[in-house]
Design a protein around this ligand. Sequence first.
Ligand SMILES: [Ca+2]
Length: 374
Amino acid sequence: MRLPILIPIQRLALLVFAVLATTAHSQTAALRVEVVASGLQNPWGVAFIDGGRFLVTERPGRMRVVAADGRLGEPLAGLPDVDAGGQGGLLDVITDSGFARNRTVYFCYAEPGAGGNSTALASARLSADATRLEAVKVIFSQAPKFSSRAHFGCRIVEAPDGLLFLTLGDRFSRKDDAQTLDNHHGKVVRIAKDGSVPPGNPFVGRAGAKPEIWSLGHRNLQGAALGPDGRLWTSEHGPQGGDEINRPEAGKNYGWPVITYGENYGGGAIGEGITAKAGLEQPVFQWTPSIAPSGLAFVKGERYGKAWQGHLLAGSLKFRYLARLEVSGGRVVKEERLLPDLNARVRDVREGPDGFIYLLTDERNGRLLRLHPG
Ligand SMILES: [Ca+2]
């Protein structure tokens, strides 16, 4: 007599489980997009300041405060000369971990100078009325300067120990420089907030090596984020194919242009056309064909459900979507493509202090977007 009763209960339990699983799936898949602000010209980086306000860079060389209600402030005064053109201009911005006390920000940009331009990192203090940058100090300049409008890299991350990571592109036609230590092309560098070189950097004291170098063998890193593991994660553009996610570690070589999963534009092998070699690190994930990733952020809060916590988000410039990358054991194990109908180049991705995910779209009329769970 008991069996006929038990079976329906088990089926009911399975049914309830299936409905819950379906609901959870649709909640995460159907994000609602709120436009916080528009009218930003090719915005590149967004940081979060007091009063629910935002600090946004525009690639042509402006930085603005965006009010919580989306109103755009006037461009801040006090910025240095920016070499805007091509991929260059005013690029990333972050707030200092002590911003609430010291109002300090860091920003990077294409710095003009003898020989062309290169990526520079500056610190500054946002004035009390948030109309200007004060005490602007260039704390790092990529060397050598070179005449190119491409591959600036330029993402900034403050590590838990207060040191700054900065990503630096290979300037496109200087790709072989990424394999040598006498320059900053195709590197991640690590510096202190005053611009000094941390004594623990991996190549300090090596003859002919730039002491700021943290890792080498990169192409054009346009995404960087601090993982829940407290470590640096980066994304970089491959050539035709071979876009990568890496976890750059001290002194390690990430292979470009000796190994790559990509090929030359229009086809044809790069170098020996190999994807692996002893002594060169493999990416933790790669996209072929290329999606052109820019902007990288971990979901650390619970606003999107526990299922998303610890996952990585990457914006796609080329295919105009947001990649959600499931991370397990330090590896990316699965990609879900979110916002397939966004129809805009995703330039930056950040998790705000309110736990919401924010995006910047790279357009002449660029927008700041807030993502709501569906
Ligand atoms: Ca690589």
